[in-house]
Write a protein that binds this ligand. Structure first.
Ligand SMILES: Nc1ncnc2c1ncn2[C@@H]1O[C@H](COP(=O)(O)OP(=O)(O)O)[C@@H](O)[C@H]1O
Ligand SMILES: [Mg+2]
Length: 232
């Protein structure tokens, strides 16, 4: 459903993405790993049109995303939760969820979301910025889900979240995927990536350098050590 073909991107003169290619199939959960600064966030931004591709292309269900204006990209069926969550801190939980939602559909859609995120229902009038880190992440994910995406893109959803809540977030994300939404997940927490994803790409210096099934990568000490610096 999603395909990046040799995507290049620059920040000014700095050539950050140097031919990134990857694919996400219908219903699949795919992880994108790599050390800090290798270009994972930039890859996601290039999909969303937030950083223009200076070469290559991005195709989603037959639409060439690199040829449409960025504000039209969410409407093609992609939900994006940026690193640092991107919720509106001074708006209430309800207002955060209602942004971009057609009025007629609001009540029904929200009821559906609250079934999945009961904690948010209890905090509807609370300002987004006063929620805990884990709750803010749930709000950021819920905000995407009200728009019923077919692909959810998450940039380090467990970053800065209390370890005890990481499991909760992981469970929510797994449930979203279980309901048929494809996932593209950037994670520093390798355990989370291996649990949620069936296939993993590893990036280095602006390009994908390794691709593996999660179950194989789990036992591939050498690759984990070489590209991610972890010892298992
Ligand atoms: N807005 C920006 N302006 C200039 N350079 C940037 C900007 N954002 C990121 N970079 C640089 O681009 C590279 C890739 O960054 P990023 O995609 O955020 O990496 P990752 O998400 O893998 O940590 C890094 O060297 C980073 O310093
Ligand atoms: Mg990043």
């Amino acid at each position: 459903m999603l395909e990046l073909n040799a995507v290049h991107a620059h920040y000014g003169k700095v050539h950050v993405l140097q031919g990134t290619s990857l694919k996400v199939a219908d219903g699949e959960a795919v992880g994108l790993l790599g050390r800090n600064g290798v270009g994972k966030t930039t890859t996601l931004k290039s999909i969303m049109g937030l950083v223009p591709a200076t070469g290559g292309n991005v195709v989603f269900d037959g639409t060439m995303l690199t040829q449409i204006p960025p504000h039209k990209i969410p409407g093609t069926g992609i939900g994006y939760v940026p690193q640092g969550r991107g919720i509106f801190p001074t708006l209430s939980v309800r207002e955060n969820l209602e942004i971009g939602l057609p009025k007629a559909a609001a009540e029904e859609t929200l009821a559906h979301v609250f079934e999945r995120f009961p904690r948010l229902k209890e905090r509807l009038r609370q300002a987004g910025g006063t929620l805990s880190g884990g709750e803010q992440q749930m709000l950021a994910i819920a905000r995407c889900l009200v728009l019923k995406p077919r692909l959810l893109i998450l940039d380090e959803p467990t970053e800065g979240i209390m370890p005890i809540l990481v499991q909760d977030i992981r469970r929510e994300i797994a449930a979203v995927n279980g309901a048929g939404v494809s996932l593209l997940l950037v994670e520093q927490n390798i355990k989370t990536a291996l649990k949620l994803c069936s296939r993993i790409y590893i990036m280095e210096k602006g390009a994908v350098v390794h691709e593996a099934r999660a179950e194989d990568l789990k036992n591939d000490r050498e690759t984990l050590h070489r590209y991610l610096g972890v010892t298992v």
